[in-house]
Design a binder for this molecule. Structure first.
Ligand SMILES: Nc1nc2c(c(=O)[nH]1)N[C@H]1C(S)=C(S)[C@@H](COP(=O)(O)OP(=O)(O)OC[C@H]3O[C@@H](n4cnc5c(=O)[nH]c(N)nc54)[C@H](O)[C@@H]3O)O[C@H]1N2
Ligand SMILES: Nc1nc2c(c(=O)[nH]1)N[C@H]1C(S)=C(S)[C@@H](COP(=O)(O)OP(=O)(O)OC[C@H]3O[C@@H](n4cnc5c(=O)[nH]c(N)nc54)[C@H](O)[C@@H]3O)O[C@H]1N2
Ligand code: SF4
Ligand SMILES: [Mo]
Length: 863
């Protein structure tokens, strides 16, 4: 039976007031395409479902109460606490409103106005699922016969809903290399800094033992990944006495709760850290033993920047035992500092080059660049040196372990920018100087890998194969795709030497053009392709679609969920399960859409085959010749991965395991990198030098265009240098006096979803965003809270309300993301506020392809 809007809204009202539960619900009849959940819940009984949230990248465990087939309550799953989240946030608590949202898409829609634009009415007509799927499949067939690369897949939230292998298998079976996720809009530069430094990615502070946390703009009280672990663990650690220093141009909630807030000038963290590094080195407060044992800091560098190697490729060090240059083998004691003649050239250790490069980076110079008083930097560095307890060990469970209780931490603060990879490399170098990588209380690393391809020069291919230019000469280490590049390439493929034109985009759970900097330009690119969008709302990307397909929400659908690791536990697998069933009678979910498209386009068996490969399934597998429902697919993956009965999935929604002390501290950098004959962490990222040489060759020999070699040389520097604190937008926009940054707010997630959630919108003050301006600045300009002001950048202008605050640097303004959506298909409440991405400059990070978010400069004036 159809859900009638009036009874639905009545239900919503009652849901808001938990105390008034009762009447009304029995009248809401729920469609039961996949009846399992509703059957289990019964019509009157109360049932609890364990599942995983997917409204942001935290993937928290949820415990959902359903009564009479209606979601009544969402709480944290207490069983997940030892493995990850202790609580959930307001978005998770109110997720029912996402599912029962009257603004959801309910039927497939076809555009009848061929012209795409913000101001163009697409003139939607409802079509049947068969018509929609056949139309899409016909086009996919045609493209596949011509050149399958012309189909570009893009996803955002969608990948997290379904997990990577499902979507990757679809693209592989179809034959397109253009499988593009959103990570360069998110934290690709952080991940890729990790990948080029220690061969895998993600680090967390080892909060159980950390005594000093240096947090560079990570906001686990407002946003952040791992937030529902970090918030609780920092609280515990602070009770123990841990000190927190937050470095952020803005008084974030984290800064407000810290022991110290250091309001740094945006983009200049590298210089702050380099100055601290120099102070530590000059005062002898570094862990020389760890630098020699684990990193390539003692390796000898040739004048051309490459590491000197033996004929069979072994890096050379200077052995202080034999006084000769030789590989780091048993019995060799490498020198950390110094230079030596070798075969007619002078070789310096990588560490010596780093020291030499710091010559001018004094605290006084850093003060000039960062705005942080030199005395503050000296005091902070002294504190770091004292707290790091270099050389100390601690015994835990009978294991004697390196103990360095100082952790450097960031997410997007240092990385969502042009020199994002270098920014986070600087942070890791600081941790390496202290010997804190994988040490107790230091920086915990996830699965370090000394054999990773990212520790070698990139092929930096030219011409590029992919529409997003990933791994090409343009973005040589973009192992996590370049989300914002597809639409830019579509505007002019020849400018990048792409041998074909992207013709069709299949977009699942992403509002890509809206979420990238200089977003109007993104939409120009999108207007050129045939677009199919699978979403739950008429977002901006849907507004530019040719066909829109509705989807079930994460509370209605089966998915294998992404999970999060923490220093002392792993969750190998988690699932989402429907707690209610297809509330709006949509009839299809994304999973079924993919099977239908594979079948109708003619690659269903290939899809099944690729699913087995991408999931690495061995015993329980997908078979050719049939479709699978999403529940069946989840059951297959669960069974093969866990060898446990599916009833345990229904009951727990995840499996977890705790790590013992040995696995936690001795299986990472200790086993992969330590000592003679082992690969080394890249203190000095020599592979970037080789990569630069390859790219220079492509420019000279193959005529690669749009590559400024001087900029690439700075970007691909093997060591972080002070130039990384001066992004292009800061250097060039001289007439724009203010730094413009963005941040997240707790009650909103990205775009879509929460913008239509009535509870979150009703919360006072959170239904709007504003331009945060420092009081001294505002007074000078006679701007008061509530005044309308214009933000003008080199890209464009936007208007918004001013908020005059103390908690931001006088030379900086900040605007929260998530607001100002403009799709006419969204309700008015979702369209309030400032769409800040329209005015942000895009100067992507050369190494990773990361979109720059926090580098723009602007003018501010009263509207
Ligand atoms: N509520 C909520 N939570 C979320 C999300 C959400 O949308 N809403 N999204 C999730 C996702 S996908 C992600 S990737 C994470 C991201 O989580 P965070 O990394 O916490 O990301 P941002 O909100 O981008 O935070 C940027 C912070 O950096 C500061 N900053 C800006 N410029 C600089 C600078 O030059 N130096 C320093 N040191 N700081 C600077 C800003 O003031 C801001 O506090 O959040 C996740 N959690
Ligand atoms: N200025 C500025 N810009 C930013 C940020 C910032 O802090 N400041 N944050 C950046 C970050 S960290 C990220 S990760 C990117 C994210 O950018 P995107 O990859 O574009 O992701 P979202 O905006 O989360 O888009 C998610 C889409 O999925 C849809 N959706 C939600 N649930 C479902 C579902 O169940 N099924 C389907 N099919 N669709 C669903 C939503 O309606 C929405 O359209 O944005 C970035 N943009
Ligand atoms: S932090 Fe993210 S995943 Fe966790 S409950 Fe909130 S929205 Fe859901
Ligand atoms: Mo993100």
């Amino acid at each position: 039976m159809e859900l009638k809007r009036r009874s639905f809204l009545k239900g919503m009202g009652a849901l808001g007031g938990a105390a008034t539960l009762g009447g009304g619900y029995a009248t809401i009849a729920l469609a039961t395409r996949d009846a399992s959940a509703v059957e289990k819940s019964g019509s009157a009984g109360v049932k609890h479902f364990k599942t995983s949230c997917c409204q942001c990248v935290n993937f928290c465990g949820l415990d959902v109460t359903v009564k009479g087939g209606v979601i009544r309550n969402i709480s944290p799953d207490v069983a997940r606490a030892p493995y990850y989240n202790r609580g959930i946030c307001p978005k998770g608590v109110s997720a029912a409103f996402h599912t029962y949202n009257p603004y959801r898409l309910k039927k497939p829609l076809k555009r009848t106005n061929p012209v795409k634009g913000r101001d163009q009415d697409p003139k939607w007509v409802e079509v049947s699922w068969d018509e929609a799927l056949d139309t899409i499949a016909a086009r996919m067939k045609k493209i596949r016969a011509e050149n399958p690369s012309k189909l570009v897949w893009q996803d955002g939230q969608g990948r997290y809903l379904s997990n990577t292998p499902l979507l990757a298998a679809f693209c592989a079976a179809y034959g397109t290399p253009n499988f593009v996720h959103r990570t360069t809009l998110c934290i690709a530069s952080r991940n890729i800094a990790d990948l080029v430094t220690w061969g895998s990615f993600t680090t967390l502070p080892d909060l159980e033992y950390t005594n000093l946390l240096l947090n560079f703009g990570a906001t686990y009280y407002e946003g952040e990944q791992w937030a529902r672990w970090l918030d609780y663990q920092t609280a515990l650690a602070r009770e123990r006495g841990m000190k927190v220093v937050v470095i952020d141009p803005r008084l974030s909630n984290n800064a407000a709760k810290a022991d110290e807030w250091i309001p740094i000038r945006p983009g200049t963290d590298s210089v702050m850290i380099l100055a601290m590094a120099k102070l530590l080195i000059d005062s002898g407060n570094i862990d020389e033993e760890s630098l020699v044992a684990f990193t390539n800091a003692p390796e000898l560098v040739r004048p051309d920047g490459n590491i000197a190697k033996t004929a069979d490729g072994k890096p050379l060090v200077f052995d202080t035992v034999s006084n000769t240059t030789r590989p780091f083998a048993e019995g060799v004691k490498p020198a950390l500092k110094g230079s030596w003649p070798h075969e007619g050239a002078t070789l310096k250790t990588a560490f010596q080059i780093f020291m030499d490069s710091l010559a001018g980076v004094t605290p006084e110079y850093a003060e000039e660049v960062t705005g942080i008083p030199a005395a503050t930097l000296r005091r902070l560095t002294d504190e770091v040196a004292k707290q790091a307890r270099i050389g100390s060990t601690i015994v835990i469970d009978g294991q004697k372990l390196r103990y360095r209780p100082v952790a450097v931490h960031t997410f997007r603060g240092v990385t969502a920018r042009e020199f994002g990879v270098q920014g986070w490399r600087t942070g890791m170098l600081l941790e390496m100087l202290l010997g804190g990588m994988d040490a107790v209380g230091g920086m915990a690393l996830f699965n370090p890998n000394g054999a990773a391809k990212t520790l070698e020069p990139s092929k930096a291919e030219y011409p590029p194969k992919r529409a997003d230019l990933a791994m090409s000469a343009y973005f040589p280490y973009a192992t996590q795709d370049v989300g914002q590049q597809v639409n830019l390439t579509a505007l002019d493929p020849k400018a990048y030497g792409l041998p074909y034109e992207p013709e069709m985009q299949l977009i699942y759970g992403s509002n890509r053009p809206f979420s990238a900097s200089d977003s109007d330009k993104q939409f120009l690119g999108m207007a050129k392709t045939f677009n199919v969008v699978i979403d739950v709302l008429m977002t901006e990307v849907a507004w530019y679609a040719d066909i829109v397909l509705p989807d079930d929400t994460f509370l209605e659908a089966w998915h294998v969920s992404m999970t999060r690791w923490i220093p002392d536990a792993r969750q190998p697998i988690a699932i989402r399960q429907p707690v209610v069933s297809d509330v709006y009678n949509i009839g299809y979910d994304a999973h079924r859409i993919l099977w239908e498209l594979a079948k109708r386009t003619g690659f269903r068996d290939g899809f099944a085959d690729e699913l087995n490969k991408k999931w690495g399934l061995k015993e329980v597998t997908f078979k050719p010749g049939r479709d699978y429902s999403s529940r069946e697919a989840v059951e297959i993956v669960w069974s093969d991965k866990t060898k446990k009965d599916f009833s345990t999935a229904l009951e727990n929604a995840f499996v977890g395991r705790k790590l013992d002390t040995k696995a936690r501290y001795l299986s990472g950098v200790e086993s992969v990198f330590k000592g003679p004959g082992k690969p080394k962490m890249k203190f000095y990222a020599d592979q970037l030098v080789g990569t630069f040489e390859t790219i220079s060759g492509h420019v000279k020999n193959l005529g690669a265009k749009n590559i400024d070699l001087a900029e690439f040389k700075t970007g691909l520097s093997p060591l972080p240098i002070k130039e990384h604190a001066f992004p292009k937008a800061h250097r060039e926009a001289k007439d724009y006096p203010f730094y413009l940054i963005t941040h997240k707010v707790m009650h909103r997630t990205q775009t879509g979803i929460t913008c239509t959630n009535p509870i979150l919108n009703a919360m006072g003050g959170t239904d709007d965003n504003s331009v945060r301006i420092n009081k001294a600045t505002a007074d000078k300009m006679r701007i008061k809270t509530g005044d309308m002001v214009v933000i003008e950048t080199r890209v464009g202008k936007v208007k918004g309300k001013a908020s005059v605050v103390q908690g931001i640097r006088p030379d900086t303004v900040s605007v929260s993301y998530h607001f100002g959506q403009w799709s006419p298909g969204l309700p008015a409440q979702a369209r309030k506020g400032i769409d800040i991405n329209r005015v942000l400059e895009l100067n992507a990070d050369i190494i990773s392809g990361m979109n720059s978010f926090n580098d723009t400069k602007c003018k501010i004036y009263r509207a």
